[in-house]
Ligand binder design. Structure first.
Ligand SMILES: *[C@@H]1O[C@H](CO)[C@@H](O)[C@H](O)[C@H]1NC(C)=O
Ligand SMILES: *[C@@H]1O[C@H](CO)[C@@H](O)[C@H](O)[C@H]1NC(C)=O
Ligand SMILES: CC(=O)N[C@H]1CO[C@H](CO)[C@@H](O)[C@@H]1O
Length: 328
């Protein structure tokens, strides 16, 4: 409670609250704590890194109000899904969450695990529910925390993806975290462009949340294969085109969604595509909550999509061109 009060005061007094928003969430992925995939637990500063709190403040000064915090489940609960925490890793995650939310921004807790634990597809839905129940209990009084069930399920049985999402929702609510948003993700890397055709739509429509605070999380890249591994975009209208079927699905079913990852390179075609797609989302802000750029973090160096303040290429080239689609 005390924490919630602090967060509310921070929200009311911060620049964040004074900006007029076209989309509720202007977001950035913070990536680095999940690096060194396969090397567990790994060494802080060598295999993985946490996020520089000063860069978080620099983003907030730009109007960013959503931070999607990447981390690895194997480092948080190294033994089993229901086992003890690594206190240091949990402490660092908590420090980041508290820093962000005390400034009135949202912190998305996001296990970057693709529905897997130590590379094995998670099939223990009861254990997964307990994993979420244990973690959500630690943040249950902080209403600016958002729970992302898992990053990008893929090549999995669709019923299992449904069951894991439902288990996560049930675990979070059982912990007493009843006011926070939860973002289910889909199979097929949670792509927006394949949300309906992959069967995610029909399946995940049936998820039940007693708090009624689900925001469906989809990812969308603008390159030929939609993987986000090329600096070029297909066309100046590709972002909007790839969102259309999902937008219709959200509207038809009275659901809301968020683009949890998107990006494009530093070229006129991509910048136009990004602006066109973000305008489209703003025009459909009844169903789109916002969009979260991929990515920032201390170790991305000159990676074309890096928005790390102030050296990442996208900080200089993309951020000034897209900002006005989120805040005025
Ligand atoms: C937590 O962060 C500190 C630096 O702030 C670092 O020294 C420590 O190793 C980190 N712990 C873990 C388990 O990553
Ligand atoms: C972005 O692209 C422009 C135009 O090609 C180029 O001049 C500039 O150096 C690029 N900036 C970065 C940071 O890559
Ligand atoms: C598109 C993109 O950059 N994807 C990245 C998502 O995160 C994983 C883990 O950090 C990276 O390996 C991918 O390249």
């Amino acid at each position: 409670m005390r924490f919630e009060l602090l967060a509310t005061i921070a929200l009311a007094s911060s620049a964040l609250a004074q900006q007029k928003r076209k989309l509720q969430w202007f977001g950035i992925n913070e990536s680095g704590a999940e690096f060194g995939e396969g090397t567990y637990p790994g060494i802080f500063g060598k295999h993985y890194i946490w996020y520089d709190l000063n860069t978080i403040d620099q983003f907030i000064a730009q109007g960013v109000n959503m931070f999607r915090l990447n981390f690895a489940m194997e480092r948080l609960t190294p033994n089993t899904l229901t086992g003890a925490y690594d206190a240091g890793y949990l402490g660092n995650l908590t420090e980041q969450v508290n820093h962000i939310t005390q400034k009135g921004a949202y912190a998305m807790i996001q296990p970057h695990n693709y529905g897997r634990f130590y590379s094995n597809i998670i099939t223990d839905t009861a254990g997964f529910k307990k994993w979420w129940q244990n973690l959500a209990a630690k943040f249950k009084d902080n209403h600016l925390v958002v729970f992302d069930t898992n990053n990008e399920y893929h090549d999995m049985d669709q019923t299992l993806v449904f069951n894991l999402n439902q288990a996560a929702i049930d675990g979070v609510r059982a912990a007493g975290a009843t006011t926070q948003y939860i973002t289910p993700e889909g199979n097929s890397w949670s792509g927006a462009w394949t949300w309906v055709s992959s069967g995610n739509g029909a399946s995940l429509l049936k998820l039940k949340d007693p708090s009624n605070k689900l925001i469906y999380q989809m990812h969308q890249y603008l390159d030929t294969d939609g993987s986000g591994s090329h600096p070029e975009c297909v066309s100046t209208t590709i972002f909007k085109e790839r969102l259309q079927a999902a937008t219709k699905w959200l509207k038809d079913n009275k659901k809301v969604g968020v683009i949890g990852e998107y990006a494009g390179g530093n070229n006129t075609q991509c910048i136009s595509a990004l602006q066109d797609g973000l305008k489209y989302m703003g025009d459909n802000a009844d169903v789109w909550y916002g969009a979260i750029w991929w990515a920032a973090g201390p170790w991305w160096a000159d990676y074309v999509y890096s928005m790390e303040p102030t050296t990442g290429p996208a900080w200089k080239t993309v951020l000034p061109k897209i900002k006005s689609y989120f805040v005025s």
